[in-house]
Design a protein around this ligand. Structure first.
Ligand code: CUA
Length: 175
């Protein structure tokens, strides 16, 4: 869904430009102060969203959060080999845990994560990798990482999801 990202970008830039013109006109006509700061703040937020690499989720499919546990492949959250050196992890995110929360793969593996929420919005971030996606109810989030170095890679929920948010984590163990 690159298209969605581009669309949002165009709308954001278009909106900001329109806002800028409108505010500048108002500014000129009425001599109002403080508009520049507001505009700068809006621009900073927009730039920040893109610069920080906040990934818009690329839904790899749709799924009803209420029936996640009955819907293949999420009826069996697990790690499975799909080819030599390649793994697929089917992961459920729910308040407040990941299932499974411990994933083992050999070093050098390419791992495709498919993550679905069983309730609210969660996040899925793996430290020391480029993995950082939102897990939105109704969508399957898909992201791939390669694990060259052995060790433990902690993954965690980075979208506030309620009381137990901070205990929502797990690890990838690369052997
Ligand atoms: Cu799930 Cu925060």
């Amino acid at each position: 869904m690159r298209f969605l990202g581009v669309l949002v970008g165009v709308l954001l830039v278009g909106g900001l430009t329109g806002l800028y013109i409108w505010m500048t006109l108002n500014d000129v006509l009425e001599g109002r102060a403080g508009v520049k700061q507001l505009l700068a703040a809006l621009a900073a937020i927009g730039a920040g969203v893109f610069a920080a690499g906040v990934h818009l989720p690329s839904p790899a499919g749709r799924i009803d959060p209420k029936t996640v546990r009955q819907t293949p492949p999420f009826d069996r959250p697990r790690v499975r080999g799909v080819a030599p050196g390649e793994y697929e992890v089917v992961l459920i995110a729910r308040a407040w845990a990941f299932e499974p929360n411990e994933i083992r793969v050999p070093r050098g593996s390419i791992v495709r994560f498919r993550v679905a929420s069983a309730d609210v919005i969660h996040g899925f971030l793996i430290e020391n990798t480029n993995v950082n996606v939102m897990v939105i109810p109704g969508q399957i989030a898909e992201v791939t990482a390669r694990f060259e170095r052995p060790g433990e890679y902690v993954f965690l929920c980075h979208e506030y999801c309620g009381f137990g948010h901070h205990q929502m984590f797990g690890k990838v163990i690369v052997e």
